[in-house]
Ligand binder design. Structure first.
Ligand SMILES: [Zn+2]
Ligand SMILES: [Zn+2]
Length: 344
């Protein structure tokens, strides 16, 4: 079977790997769609991010859907031929954080396509994937592409949980890649009254409007665009910081009202500087948000019920043999939002 393997920065190969057998409690999937994520792009562009470096070849990919080809022993509730969204979150369920229900903080997490541990955790961009049945959420009625959006959607639903009460709140979103857009959609679904989105490219801001933002500001062409929101110590109750850029964080903090909440999703390469004296004086709360766990199934359910529509975000689908050009396309923020690889 074909697998998409990263060896080093800009050294991405399509390699033949053996198909594995599903064990007890597992299923064999024929992969349907796989979304290219910002972290996949970090491995592709730089061979890692922050202190995380590739030390051995690694199959990329963690945003996938597939069709069940066969069931291992003891699997109930799933059927062959069924489309499923596959959660890349594989906690141990037994460490101290798992036992406290904080599965995303698992000490033994085996998240697909991650070079944080060594040996690296191999990813899901392969034609045939063995997964635990518990990772597979039935996605009947969705397209393969929508089902593969469950992962980034879950990231933003988790962030919305980390934001606290959303009903009637004024929200600022900085950074309008897929995570920014899905944050807009999640905040709106949770009851946000006003959502303003900020970025530095026109294409992503037009997509933010489609995703449901009330207003967008291009802070490159309009550096003073946020000025009206700075009056009376600031306007917004909640900031979703999705860019990982210190400048965006500082702008957002200036526009937050006293006792507002920062939800930090963006991960820059290095540690970000923070205007701490403003955080202190305005009594702001800082909530990091990292991955997800129960929110994955919630996202699939909301999509299946038609309460969240992610389809407009999928701007490109490329066949697996053209995966390399798909990665180059995903790098181009002037035209690509979510690029997905079509496996079958
Ligand atoms: Zn992702
Ligand atoms: Zn654990």
């Amino acid at each position: 079977m074909k697998s998409i393997v990263i060896h080093a920065a800009k050294d991405l190969r399509i390699e033949d790997r053996p198909v594995e057998e599903p064990g007890p409690g597992q299923v064999l999937l024929r992969l349907a769609a796989g979304g290219i994520c910002g972290s996949d792009l970090h491995y592709y562009n730089h061979g890692g991010f922050g202190t995380v470096r590739l030390k051995e070849p690694m199959i990329l990919g963690h945003e996938v859907s597939g069709v069940i080809e066969s069931l291992g022993p003891g699997v109930n509730g799933l059927q062959t031929g069924q489309l499923v969204a596959v959660s890349p979150s594989r906690p141990c369920y037994s460490c101290r954080y798992c036992r406290e229900g904080m599965h995303n903080q698992c000490l033994n997490m085996r998240f697909y396509g991650s070079a944080m541990p060594f040996p690296h955790i191999q990813g899901a961009f392969r034609e045939m994937l063995v997964a635990d049945a518990i990772q597979c959420i039935p996605a009947d009625g969705l397209t393969a592409g929508e089902a593969a959006m469950a992962e980034p959607l879950a990231v933003c639903l988790h962030a919305t949980r980390r934001a606290g009460e959303m009903l009637g709140k004024r929200v600022l979103v900085t950074g309008c890649g897929p995570i920014g857009l899905l944050s807009i959609i999640s905040a709106r679904r949770a009851g946000a009254a006003e959502i303003v989105a900020v970025d530095i490219t026109g294409f992503t801001l037009s997509m933010a409007m489609r995703a449901g933002a009330d207003k967008t500001i291009n802070t490159r062409s309009e550096p003073e665009g946020l000025a009206p929101y700075l009056a009376d110590k600031g306007t917004f109750d909640i900031l979703y910081e999705c860019s990982g850029a210190a400048a965006a964080l500082a702008q957002g903090i200036a526009a937050l009202r006293p006792r507002g909440t920062i939800v930090q999703l963006g991960l820059g390469g290095a540690e970000m500087a923070l205007p701490m004296s403003t955080v202190t004086a305005k009594e702001l709360s800082i909530n990091g948000s990292f991955r997800f766990h129960p929110e994955f199934a919630v996202g699939v359910e909301l999509m299946r019920k038609g309460l969240i529509d992610v389809k407009p975000l999928i701007t490109h689908s490329v066949p697996v043999d053209e995966a390399l050009s798909g990665f180059e396309l995903a790098n181009d923020r002037s035209q690509a939002m979510k690029v997905q690889i079509v496996f079958a």
